[in-house]
Design a binder for this molecule. Structure first.
Ligand code: NAP
Length: 218
């Protein structure tokens, strides 16, 4: 994996968060979420993991992985606790979370405590994810939501498995997640400003590469 992480003393566990998402594009909500998770769960590092080929999405609707990787890199570079991985974008296969998490365990072995951070609206579908039972044993989940997210929704979808699944899932409310990638794409397409919704270099990258502009106007 193409990043350096701090060495821990013998017997001390490395506490890592993997921030998984499509990041199309990354925005302030993602950064605030990662910072909050880092503090609340006492993480040594958060590794941003842009999906290569999201397993549940039509790839024609997702921006090229290199663009999403570069925007994420621009957004995280200034934070010494944040890093980024090319593991999923370089994979020839769909980005199954269980494969990513297994890879981290192969590399760090027993000395790793792993959290997977992503949106509660993604985790709600976890029972459809590849090998989800094993996945829940391999890491804890930090499910982030806008304020007021109701556990009711998860209870309904998880049914009888609710208690078991929620032993491995922590809910984290993040007001800044009112920002969404979908809204940013819509605003760019409509010619509206996205300043302060995403870091300046990401905004500049989007405009320079004419991302999110409808084909008819390009
Ligand atoms: P998504 O369906 O595009 O997003 C669902 C919601 O979660 C959106 O509101 C999204 O907001 C938010 N979100 C996504 N990533 C987030 C993050 N890291 N922190 C906070 N909020 C986040 O989800 P996705 O990005 O495609 O997938 C999320 C992760 O789950 C990825 O790592 C993906 O590989 C994994 N996943 C795995 C499987 C599997 O293994 N079978 C299946 C599905 C998803 P924004 O749109 O603003 O980001």
């Amino acid at each position: 994996m193409s990043f350096l992480l701090p060495k821990k003393n013998v017997g001390e566990k490395l506490r890592l968060g993997i921030m998984g998402g499509t990041f199309d594009p990354i925005h302030m909500g993602h950064l605030v979420t990662a910072e909050e998770a880092c503090q609340q769960f006492n993480l040594d590092h958060v590794v941003f993991m842009p999906s290569g080929e999201p397993p549940h999405k039509d790839k024609r609707n997702v921006t090229d992985a290199e663009h999403r990787y570069l925007m994420t890199m621009l957004a995280v570079v200034a934070n010494p606790k944040f890093t980024i991985s090319r593991l999923e974008i370089e994979s020839k296969h769909p980005s199954y979370t269980v494969d990513t998490v297994r890879r981290f365990h192969e590399i760090y072995g027993e000395s790793l405590t792993l959290y997977f951070i992503t949106g509660a609206d993604a985790i709600i579908d976890i029972m459809t994810w590849k090998d989800y039972r094993e996945l829940l044993e391999l890491c804890s989940f930090i499910a982030t939501s806008r304020p007021g997210y109701s556990l009711h929704k998860l209870r309904e979808v998880f049914g009888d498995s609710f208690e078991v699944i929620m032993r491995h899932v922590h809910l984290l409310e993040v007001p800044a997640m009112a920002i969404s990638s979908t809204e940013i794409r819509r605003r760019v397409a409509a010619g509206k400003t996205i300043r302060y919704l995403t870091p300046d270099p990401v905004e500049q990258y989007i405009h320079k590469n004419r991302l999110y502009i409808p084909r008819s106007l390009d």
